[in-house]
Design a protein around this ligand. Structure first.
Ligand SMILES: [Mn+2]
Length: 411
């Protein structure tokens, strides 16, 4: 005998996809809908998999002011689950705290279906149900009262009581993940010590199982990727978790309809711009497999004979060319050009002419970041800007590449 539940987190419904420059109106529309479509697919999956309940571990909404579109869609989703006899348990996180900001506590929906429980921010509440196989299940959880919760809320959980399967639901940063805010911080050992059978977590957008059993501890990752940060890339969705006695088995289900991927293309073998376009297109066609849309960002690297071509063309023109010829399910968000010319100033260091002098000047600057810093900060427009030594070294390299290009070295 076994039962299943579905665990999702960080839905960020109606996310505005800040910082993404998308011009294609059809793609724009698809992005605007993506998080909501993913929610619909979550509901379908829960019903198809005959789960006993769904847990949503915080950041359901993207902002504390909770767009009405997102709220109504959530109401419809939980209504559909309720009609199927499936419970929905929700805690709120730092993006959608119970009371925060100018729209403090505002919600367009005050009447939820009977099989929905939204956990309070005042204390840990415990709800009980009987799963499809007759197992007694308790779900314990607590919402964020405001955005910046510095207290480790896990410490407030009273611990499991009685027979059955005991699940704890929380939005938290376990193990100080640097890419995310240090809200409700705790260590993995702290959660293990609580003796729950499972912790359904939210907050960290990268899907990961922190512990396989006793307790099973997992982040399902966000439901729909939101951009090109490392944690947003790849397949996104939810976990269908099967519980068979003490045995807990998660299975990832992809639900996002737009997938973000970064592809690095080595332009080294490319002799001209035509070859670069071919290489980028080949990379795009490798993603033209699944359903849904894959949004690509290309990163062009390597020392290439196409350096000059790439330096001279308009970046937008390259992008338009790629978009025009991309497979139907693939779109380009941008191409980051990090190529370098084939010729290298280090080859010129020994020469007794002007080019040799330039090369030696560059080598000297590269070893003296403080001089580069001083020279840059002398410019009016750059006053107050700071750079790390690594950034200064790469600025020196870029300048050297440009010098090679302008001097026509190796051409
Ligand atoms: Mn969060």
């Amino acid at each position: 005998m076994a039962f299943r539940y579905l665990h999702a987190a960080d839905l960020h419904l109606d996310t505005p996809f800040d910082g993404l420059s998308v011009t294609d109106p059809k793609l724009k529309e698809r992005l605007v809908e993506a998080s909501l479509v993913a929610l619909d697919k979550l509901v379908d999956t829960a019903i198809r998999e005959s789960v006993s309940f769904v847990v949503l571990a915080g950041d359901i909404y993207d902002g504390a002011d909770r767009g009405i579109r997102a709220q109504v869609r959530t109401l419809q989703a939980t209504r559909k689950l309720d009609q199927e006899g499936i419970w929905t348990f929700i805690v709120h996180g730092n993006h959608d705290p119970v009371a925060s900001g100018p729209a403090s506590g505002w919600t367009a929906v005050r009447q939820w279906p009977p099989r929905v429980h939204i956990f309070s921010a005042d204390r840990v509440e415990v709800r009980e149900l009987v799963a499809s196989d007759g197992t007694r299940v308790t779900v314990s959880g607590i919402s964020y009262p405001r955005r910046d919760v510095r207290e480790g809320l896990h410490a407030r959980f009273p611990g499991p009581e009685g027979e059955g399967f005991h699940l704890a639901l929380l939005h938290a940063n376990v193990g100080s993940v640097a890419a995310h805010q240090p809200y409700s911080p705790c260590r993995l050992e702290d959660l293990v010590a609580t003796r729950y059978d499972a912790w359904a977590l939210g907050h960290v957008h990268t899907r990961q199982t922190l512990r396989a059993s006793a307790p099973f501890i997992a982040y399902p990752g966000n439901l729909q990727g939101r951009g090109f940060k490392p944690g947003e890339l790849g397949a996104k969705g939810a976990l269908v978790v099967e519980v068979d006695g003490r045995e807990v088995t998660p299975r990832f289900v992809e639900l996002a309809t737009v997938r973000f991927e970064e592809v690095e293309v080595d332009a080294g073998p490319c002799g001209d711009l035509g070859a670069v376009v071919d290489s980028l297109q080949a990379a795009a066609s490798r993603w033209a497999t699944g359903e849904g849309t894959v949004l690509l960002r290309g990163v062009l690297t390597g020392r290439t004979g196409a350096y000059e071509d790439l330096a001279e063309q308009e970046p937008e023109a390259l992008l338009t060319t790629l978009r025009d010829r991309a497979p139907a399910s693939v779109d380009w968000a941008g191409v980051d050009i990090r190529v370098r010319p084939i010729a290298d100033l280090t080859q010129l260091l020994e020469r007794q002419d002007m080019q040799g002098e330039l090369a030696r000047g560059w080598a000297e600057l590269r070893g003296a970041p403080s001089r580069v810093r001083g020279a840059l900060q002398a410019h009016d427009g750059l006053r107050g800007v700071t750079w790390t030594d690594e950034e200064l070294a790469s600025i020196s390299d870029e300048a050297a590449d440009l010098a090679v290009f302008l001097l026509g070295v190796g051409a």
